[in-house]
Design a protein around this ligand. Structure first.
Ligand SMILES: Nc1nc2c(ncn2[C@@H]2O[C@H](COP(=O)(O)OP(=O)(O)O)[C@@H](O)[C@H]2O)c(=O)[nH]1
Ligand SMILES: [Mg+2]
Length: 327
């Protein structure tokens, strides 16, 4: 059984609760992707060169990325020839199958922050301004507080006016500790202070918010490296996790940003925000393909609760099938 049918069966019976957030959150992406695939398949009796060209266009418009798109199309053409498949609907299903395999074969997918056995686990959070770093930190803090973890936040974005205040408001709402520095103080000194206090206080998870200036890559690189270095002086092997936050609405620009950050720090995961407001849902596939870094969580709104573990099945279901299961 192909993946397409598998997902349809897997989720059509127990749809609602399990897939609801993906189905609702990805409605814009689905409109631009699944509906277009559907329309395309209805215009042709049999696939031909022109069909594949149009398919290619749909994938690129969904921000699947050029290189992955070309590869997917090539694989689908090969397989359709080999197996004598000419029916447009089956070809489209083959595309979704290939998307799944392409993602999954890049390695295991873990979602939750991986806690160390002893001492505080440190999660560094990076990303350019406005992508949703601070909001995602609040969402992650909320998640782990609910799992019974002792969470501390560190406001190491001392550069942007208001950044510390914003994180402080979240900390108050969440009822968790926060370590802040003076305006324009050295982010690394705030991070050091936070690492020291996390160790002293028996914190389980220290989440470090960083500044997101990307105008000067060297500065950014130095700053992130310095933050990591000072933290590791207090807590061995820290930061244990480094998440890059990417705004899904920026499409391929997000992939370019991610490549720059990857040059600066060893990323262990990506959080894609604003999936609820974008039609560019294919970005998740492009990121995985071009960077290899797994998407750990996705943001589907502005509230503390609007964070979901990334689930490949549900994601593809939301992108391709959700809401159309009765067809
Ligand atoms: N719709 C939506 N908005 C989000 C999401 N995540 C963050 N935002 C909004 O994006 C804006 C910038 O977020 P912020 O956390 O301040 O970004 P930062 O500059 O990277 O720290 C705020 O208005 C957030 O409410 C999301 O998943 N969905
Ligand atoms: Mg911020």
């Amino acid at each position: 059984m192909g993946l397409f049918k598998f997902l349809k069966e897997k989720f059509s019976k127990k749809q609602d609760e399990e897939t609801k957030v993906y189905v609702e959150g990805m409605s814009k992406s689905r409109e631009h992707f699944a509906n277009k695939l559907d329309e395309l398949s209805k215009r042709y009796k049999e696939v031909n060169q022109e069909y594949f060209e149009q398919l290619e266009e749909i994938l690129i418009e969904a921000d699947v990325g050029v290189s992955l798109t070309l590869r997917l199309i090539e694989e689908v053409i090969d397989e359709s020839k080999e197996q004598g498949i000419k029916e447009p609907k089956l070809i489209n299903e083959l595309v979704v199958d290939k998307m799944f395999v392409g993602y999954a074969e890049k390695g295991d997918i873990v979602n939750e922050v991986q806690f160390v056995n002893e001492g505080p686990t440190v999660l560094l959070v990076a990303g350019v301004n406005g992508v949703g770093k601070t909001t995602s930190i609040a969402k992650l803090a909320y998640r782990y507080i609910n799992q019974g973890k002792k969470v501390k936040l560190c406001a190491a974005d001392t550069f942007r006016a208001g950044a510390t205040e914003q994180l402080t408001i979240w900390a108050e709402r969440l009822g968790c500790d926060i370590v802040v520095g003076k305006p324009n103080s050295d982010p690394a000194s705030v991070a050091y202070d936070a690492a020291y206090k996390a160790k002293r206080d028996g914190t389980d998870l220290l989440i470090v918010d960083t500044a997101g200036r990307l105008q000067n890559k060297i500065n950014l690189m130095n700053e992130l490296a310095k933050i990591s270095r000072v933290i590791s002086k207090e807590i061995s092997n820290a930061p244990h996790e480094a998440f890059l936050i990417i705004d899904a609405t920026t499409g391929q620009n997000g992939v370019i940003q991610a490549k720059q950050f990857l040059d600066c720090i060893k990323l262990t995961g990506i959080v894609i925000t604003k999936m609820d407001g974008t039609s560019k849902g294919g970005i998740i596939l492009a990121i995985r393909d071009e960077l290899g870094v797994p998407v750990r969580f996705i943001g589907l709104g502005e509230k503390m609760t609007d964070l979901e573990e990334f689930d490949l099945d549900k994601y593809l279901y939301g992108l391709c099938l959700g809401g159309k299961v009765d067809e």
